[in-house]
Design a protein around this ligand. Structure first.
Ligand code: NAP
Ligand code: MG
Length: 403
């Protein structure tokens, strides 16, 4: 066999939990280490090790990602009360994704992987639509109260010099509710820069939408921050790349998205992104075919699958039963990281390998070989449903032919 592909700089490798941890090792053993002299800085974010290190390992992995610029992450358990019991945890550790996102001040981009045989519910969507969701503030960090009849609710801001600014929300004649939300310019700016950087990276147009006609200060600030950063920092780069930035109202955006053929990034405020990313994922077919990448405003990338640890399949696996778990999104997390590493290091053979591995994956599915979840969705008529490992072995056969 030919010499293995060499790497210059390590990728930060964040291992995870349950079925995806099993898949993680299979991907490395079957599809990566036979071809690449894989250089990674390994962090075990599996729940057992997070608990042992009091979650320090998660913080360390985010720091390492800032240092090296590229990370690949396996799905991890976000503990709840059940998990605290199951793993005998010292604490209900926070979501690793939340910790890493906060550490990198990043934005999450989610895109579907399209294959022949699995048609989106919107038949005109022939290219992927990538959703960028702002991950700070708004209704997710709100303050709410129920209000009794006869109360007067005001917004009151106490400034640094002690003076107050007040504005009436409502004079309550009957019982009701109020909500206070906030955002900060810095976070909106980071969101905008991550979006513009990623658009340049994918060479795709970017859309952004809010309800600034109604929310003349709050949503309007989002629009202004995006505009200002675009005009001052990105306009020329976009012209050079032949892509555009497009702002519209959220309701107009929704109508345009449905009529579009895809192939752009749709930046959404926090709540819009929460709702729209589930709609887009469902309409494109399968959560197991959604990739996710966290991009920081200064161009640090962390790749992962959008789905979780596939707990139900893992318990079957532990009982020795055959599983047919889809590894495509996890595989694409690896190819995304390898391609980016190749670009940053000037090692085109690494990026080229990533391209071929993706091609082999698509080819496998389009030739009818797929895991159970896709077999249920696919309209191909020569489907061969395979188990978790066989799928990867089938990808490897096609990869060998391409290399
Ligand atoms: P999940 O792992 O996404 O799985 C939910 C269901 O979706 C599975 O039971 C399976 O359906 C289907 N599915 C998802 N991915 C699949 C794949 N690759 N192949 C085949 N089927 C797939 O969500 P969950 O079971 O609600 O969560 C499990 C754990 O994941 C939780 O502890 C949660 O905290 C964690 N989680 C982590 C992340 C992350 O690290 N990014 C994200 C979400 C959730 P069937 O059972 O019907 O086959
Ligand atoms: Mg949601």
């Amino acid at each position: 066999m030919a010499d293995k592909i060499q790497m210059k700089t390590p990728i930060v490798e964040m291992d995870g939990d349950e079925m995806t941890r099993v898949i993680w090792k299979m991907i490395k053993d079957i599809l990566l280490t036979p071809y690449i002299d894989l250089k990674t800085e390994y962090y075990d974010l599996g729940l057992v090790h997070r608990n042992e290190t009091n979650d320090q390992v998660t913080i360390d992995s985010a720091e390492a990602t800032k240092k090296y610029g590229v990370a690949v992450k396996c799905a991890t358990i976000t503990p709840n009360a059940e998990r605290v019991k199951e793993y005998n945890l010292k604490e209900m550790w926070k979501s690793p994704n939340g910790t890493i996102r906060a550490g990198l001040d990043g934005t999450v981009f989610r895109s579907p992987i399209l294959v022949k045989g699995i048609t989106p519910y919107i038949p005109t969507w022939t290219k992927p639509i990538t959703i960028a969701r702002h991950a700070y503030g708004d209704v997710y960090k709100n303050t709410e109260m129920t209000v009794e009849a006869g109360s007067k609710a005001e917004l009151c801001v106490t400034k640094a010099d002690g003076t107050e600014e007040r504005s009436l929300i409502h004079d309550f004649k009957t019982d009701g509710i109020i909500q206070g939300i906030h955002n900060i310019d810095k976070s909106i700016g980071s969101f905008a820069r991550s979006c513009f950087n990623y658009a340049l990276d994918l060479k795709q147009d970017i859309w952004f939408a809010t309800k600034d006609t109604i929310s003349k200060k709050y949503d309007h600030r989002f629009k202004d921050v995006f505009n200002e950063i675009f005009e001052n920092e990105y306009k020329d780069k976009f012209a050079e790349a032949g892509i555009s930035y497009f702002y519209t109202l959220i309701d107009d955006a929704v109508a345009r998205v449905i009529r579009s053929d895809g192939g752009y990034i749709w930046a959404c405020k926090n709540y819009d992104g929460d709702v729209m990313s589930d709609m887009i994922a469902t309409a494109f077919g399968s959560l197991a075919m959604m990739t996710s990448v966290l991009v920081s405003p200064d161009g640090v990338y962390e790749y992962e699958a959008a789905h979780g640890t596939v707990q139900r399949h893992y318990y079957k696996y532990l009982k020795g039963e055959t599983t047919s778990t889809n590894s495509v999104a996890t595989l694409y997390a690896w190819t995304g990281a390898l391609r980016k590493r190749g670009e940053l290091d000037g090692t085109p053979e690494l990026s080229d390998f990533a391209d071929k591995l993706e091609k082999a994956t698509i080819q496998t599915i389009e030739e009818g070989v797929m895991t159970g979840d896709l077999a249920l969705l696919s309209k191909l008529d020569n489907i061969q449903k395979v188990d978790t490992e066989t799928f990867l072995v089938e990808v490897d056969k096609r990869l060998k032919a391409l290399l």
